[in-house]
Design a protein around this ligand. Structure first.
Ligand code: MBD
Ligand code: FE
Length: 285
């Protein structure tokens, strides 16, 4: 892992996100039945055709689209584009049956296999890691209220500058990424720092689209988690902070009221404490 001090660029983090996706997530793709490919691609294309007719799209606009799509690939920003503007509806459909904790999108920056920290501990951090210290205690239970003592909580988040290790340059591998487990009573306690709001890279194709459309590029500050336990559906979620100005207009449409934390000033005056529990749904038979 390189620890150069180049400025983060869209092309660098995009290339890393694209490689990560190719190595972890492409196994299910060939299994899509041809009836589904036919149905889904046909209907998406029909929606594109209808938009062109309705708005009398010109050749200039068609060529602008073509050149932009080429740029998304060149900048490695397909994972970013899809996770920001499409994944939230896939997540909604995939979890509509589910009881227990609300989830939300995974986004492009998850890496499996983060270092184990047991039930109580701190995420890997640099000396003097910037940001408000945060101690989070919680408990994992099943929908019937029973404690889940063999749960695992994978946590990953941006640093106080909004940058993710393994994707932005110059950050040690696994910084602000860890895997926790629960005690027999389902409890855990995680020490980390508050992340900053995240801005989509402005120098890549997604940034150009945002500027051309007059949108903003922000996600509110968030902690990503994946919570798993034997016999239960894995929960992918993000936790947010109250009062963040982008909780109401997240560019990735991934905020839900159930996922907003309520941190309090720590008793020792240094940083904050927060309590947040997870309820997992048993796997359906
Ligand atoms: C992120 O950090 C993120 O969580 C999502 C969903 C998209 C872009 C950056
Ligand atoms: Fe994120």
């Amino acid at each position: 892992m390189s620890t150069t001090h180049d400025a983060p660029t869209a092309a660098a983090s995009g290339a890393n996100a694209t490689e990560r996706f190719k190595s972890d997530k492409t196994s299910g793709v060939s299994a899509t039945p041809s009836e589904r490919v036919d149905l889904l691609v046909r209907e998406v294309l029909e929606a594109v055709h209808a938009t062109i007719r309705k708005h009398k799209v010109t050749y200039d606009e068609y060529n602008a689209l073509k050149s932009w799509l080429i740029g998304v690939g060149e900048d490695g920003e397909w994972p970013l584009f899809l996770d920001v503007w499409v994944e939230h509806v896939v997540e909604e459909v995939a979890t509509e049956h589910r009881e227990g904790n609300k989830g939300t999108i995974e986004g492009p920056y998850y890496v499996p296999g983060a270092p184990q920290r047991g039930a109580r501990g701190a995420v890997p951090m640099r000396n003097g890691e910037p940001g408000t210290p945060l101690v989070w205690s919680g408990r994992v239970t099943s929908t019937d209220g029973s404690a889940l003592g063999q749960a695992s909580i994978e946590l990953w988040h941006a640093d106080a500058h909004g940058l993710y290790s393994q994707f932005a340059p110059g950050i040690p591998e696994w910084n602000l990424r860890a895997t926790f487990s629960t005690d027999t009573d389902g409890t855990f306690e995680i020490t980390t720092v508050r992340p900053a709001p995240y801005q989509i890279p402005t120098d890549g194709a997604c940034g150009k689209l945002i500027a051309a459309a007059g949108w903003h590029a922000w996600r509110p500050a968030h902690l990503h988690v994946k919570v798993s336990a034997p016999g239960h559906e894995q929960l992918t979620a993000q936790l947010y902070f109250p009062g963040d100005e982008h909780n109401d207009d997240d560019i990735a449409s991934a905020v839900k009221p159930e996922l907003v934390l309520a941190p309090k000033p720590a008793g020792d005056g240094r940083g904050e404490t927060v309590s947040y529990d997870f309820v997992l749904a048993p796997v359906r038979n």
